[in-house]
Design a protein around this ligand. Sequence first.
Ligand code: NAD
Length: 423
Amino acid sequence: MSNQAKERINTYEVAKKRLQKATEELALPASVYERLKDCDRVVEAALPVEMDGGTLRVFKGYRAQHNNVFGPYKGGVRFHPEVDLDEAKALSIWMTIKCAVARVPYGGGKGAVACDPLQMSAGEIERLSRQYIRAMAPVLGPHKDIPAPDVNTNAQVMAWMTDEYCNIQGYDALGVITGKPLEMGGSAGRETATGQGVMFSVREAAKIKGLDLKNATLAVQGYGNVGSATARFLAREGCKLIAVADIFGGVYDQDGLDAEALYRYCREKGTVKDFPGSKDSITTEELFALDCDIIVPAAMENQITPQVAQNIKAKIIGEGANGPTTPEADEILQEKDIFVVPDILANSGGVVTSYFEWVQNNYSYYWTAEEVAKRLELKMVEAFNHVYDYQRNFGKSITMREAAFMYALQRLADAMKIRGWIR
Ligand code: NAD
């Protein structure tokens, strides 16, 4: 489903449309949209890598820097066979908006490499990661542009990238990248922060919906960094995890899957498929149509299409992934009165804790896991309430997504005006 949907939907066009709509709704000057519809800068680079067999392959790498009115560009690097420049640009717009919603002092950026890391050895991935930094180093820096993990990249990849950047500069510059391992300046809690943040935002939505998280049923699509952490954190809040699906397959048990046992199984096998603690297998389509209280899409963009949305029965959708819902599907979810915590709010725990990591790197003074979790909770609840209050006080009916966009856009417009970027 995802690939077909991606062919039809250009995420960059979707992002621009959302920006335009919010600009018009707020009656902001046209210059706001003109300034934000394009990226400040995009870099496209050829990344030659020697493969294990001795052959040379040249990969395409991208970095999109969208807007830096609030601070350095910030955003993950994605390794995926289907990425292109438009996707990186769309995701960099998302980051600008997300950082403005979360009130962290960053702009928006995003990186991508078109490759299939599932078919590559660790050595090949390391050489590719280092090559990416060699190509992008002139536009990166702790006060310029700060990458982080995203789909198919992790703390190890960030370690190689940071090491390469420090080698090039000839001095320690740990703040150039976040999501690093603890051993080289990572923050306690960063690896699970996005999922923990999704949990906090779903918890706030549940309060509004009058849904008790104890025994609320939960289904999660995508079981990587975000999906696995979200599933475990929500299970610790008492949710009953009934279904999980990843790219290889899905598992289902109406009586509840053991979230910790599933996590251990997936770490060992690299997939949730055939988890012995589950009663049945399940497809992604079936997962979205389940009779359950909460759904967390935590895989890729454009997974919730109108057809999928028609079948959703959940009360709350917590968007762990970026851009998982198409605009047409959004309208259906709104008609069905499903509470959607939009990506730019729900998954902002990752960038918030990246910000904490960067602060710790800059100070060379490190916080405990408890301190990080406490600060993350404060930031997530504060952001949720800003958006929810904005939605309620707007004067006409708008979705949480529209509220988040408008709240962010107003902040961006004010900051750009005061800096003299727009009149
Ligand atoms: P990941 O690579 O760790 O995991 C992705 C998961 O999705 C894997 O389990 C994969 O098998 C699954 N998947 C991919 N395509 C699928 C499909 N068609 N059907 C079912 N499952 C599928 O990636 P991640 O870091 O967890 O990122 C997931 C999403 O969250 C992305 O949209 C990413 O941009 C977003 N996000 C990530 C972070 C972060 O800190 N890592 C922060 C904010 C947002």
